[in-house]
Design a protein around this ligand. Structure first.
Ligand code: CTP
Length: 397
């Protein structure tokens, strides 16, 4: 998954620097190229020769090294990578990064680039817990720097707590999440998810029991395969996944607007439980009880987002997947729904109260395509999402 990806690895001065040698090996095994940069303090812990031998290339150390500058200037060095990884990132390196210092090669490279940065902190537990380091971490996160670790455990200095650098394989996984070229790399995929809320007045609304768990898991699985995911979500119970573009909406009309803004896409996955009706004219003021009886609510039909996208002449995605949550005659209703709405696939499931699916962590689906109905075993919603994402990757290949 990391074939031909370029990583600039900055090795700071911490005892965990020895683990970075293993990190280089693991990254190269996966096809990545690693350009190593060793800080002066880093070279107290590992030698330039071992770093360079494992990376299979020159190790850069000095801002003012004429040979290095002639080979590749430091500006070019920082920009020719897909990701900059700082491992181990010491308290001092983090402070320099947070402050924007540029007084050695590592800090200059970090300041002179807009390449994404991943930091693996490593330090004594008290240094990690110190308000200054915590402040620097917060600043760096606000600047868009990603973190992996630190882990909690026994430390080389004899103390116990958070501060151990993440293990090489954990760092590899964090790198893969950011730059791996999965089968969906370069594909733009829209996912709708969650319920919609249709206002009655400023404090009341019509909703449904969708938690958004299945849609969220699908967005996450597609993103893990490298897709660029636009996640249009109603007010769900679960947090949206990391690494996707989140567009929060409340009503069906807002969801349709957001979906139309997101087009064109390569595939659209419509997992949202959209309210079929809205209150015709929602009150701008809170409705009060009256002696005359019940409020007079009349309803209007909401736009059918899935059907609208399927019918779009110019912007219909190559693959459109709808959902059919039914309580009876599941296959019959879902098959008819696929035809009526004009989508390519429909994911049908039985959401009767006894199934525990609505709001639960498992799902029991049948995938209906041109080839017929494929009955999947009962799986976790994450497994359903991964299986569906894999099928989508095959269909778009
Ligand atoms: N859907 C949509 N917009 C709507 C209603 C539904 O995009 N206004 C999508 C859902 O996201 C789902 C599919 O259509 O992918 C089927 O949703 P469902 O609520 O089961 O369909 P309905 O059209 O509401 O059909 P019915 O109420 O007859 O079951």
């Amino acid at each position: 998954m990391l074939a031909s990806r370029r990583i600039l690895l900055i090795i700071g001065g911490g005892i965990a620097a020895y683990k970075s040698l293993d990190l280089i090996r693991r990254l190269r095994e996966r096809g990545a190229s690693v350009t190593p940069v060793l800080t002066r303090a880093g070279s107290e812990f590992v030698t330039p020769l071992s770093v360079s031998a494992l990376a299979g290339r020159n190790v850069f150390q000095d801002l003012f090294d004429l040979t290095d500058e002639a080979e590749m200037g430091h500006i070019e060095l920082s920009r020719s990578a897909d990701l900059i990884v700082v491992a181990p990132a010491t308290a001092d390196l983090m402070a320099k990064m947070a402050q924007g210092h540029a007084d050695d090669l590592a800090s200059t490279l970090l300041l002179a680039t807009d390449t994404p940065v991943l930091v693996a902190p490593s330090m004594n537990v008290r240094m990690w817990d110190h308000p200054a380091t915590q402040r620097n971490m917060k600043t760096l996160k606000e600047d868009g720097v990603a973190f992996v670790g630190p882990n909690e455990g026994d430390m080389a200095c004899g103390e116990y707590g958070p501060g151990r650098m993440a293990e090489p394989l954990e760092i590899v996984a964090a790198i893969e999440t950011r730059i791996a070229k999965g089968p969906l790399a370069g594909k733009r995929i829209l996912v709708t998810s969650g319920p919609t809320h249709e206002p009655i007045d400023p404090v009341r609304y019509i909703a449904n029991r969708s938690s958004g768990a299945q849609g969220t898991a699908i967005a996450s699985a597609l993103s893990a395969l490298g897709a660029d995911v636009i996640f249009v979500t109603g007010p769900a119970d679960v947090q949206p996944p990391e690494g996707v573009t989140v567009v929060p909406v409340q009503t069906a009309q807002e969801m349709l607007d957001a979906v139309e803004d997101a087009l064109p896409v390569d595939a659209g996955i419509f997992a949202a439980a959209v309210a079929d009706w809205r209150v015709k004219s929602a009150s701008e003021r809170k409705l009060k009880k009256t002696k005359d009886g019940l409020p007079d609510l009349s309803f209007a039909e909401n736009p059918d987002i899935l059907a609208t996208v399927c019918k779009s002449k110019e912007k219909r995605p190559d693959l459109v997947v709808g959902f059919a949550a039914e309580t009876d005659d599941v296959l019959k209703h879902a098959t008819a729904k696929r035809k009526r709405k004009g989508c390519d696939w429909i994911v049908a499931n039985d959401v009767s109260p006894g199934t525990g699916i609505m709001g639960g962590s498992e799902n029991d689906v049948t995938l209906i395509t041109d080839d017929g109905a494929e009955d999947w075993p009962r799986l976790s919603k994450d497994q359903v999402a991964r299986r569906l994402a894999q099928k989508i990757a095959e269909a778009l290949a």
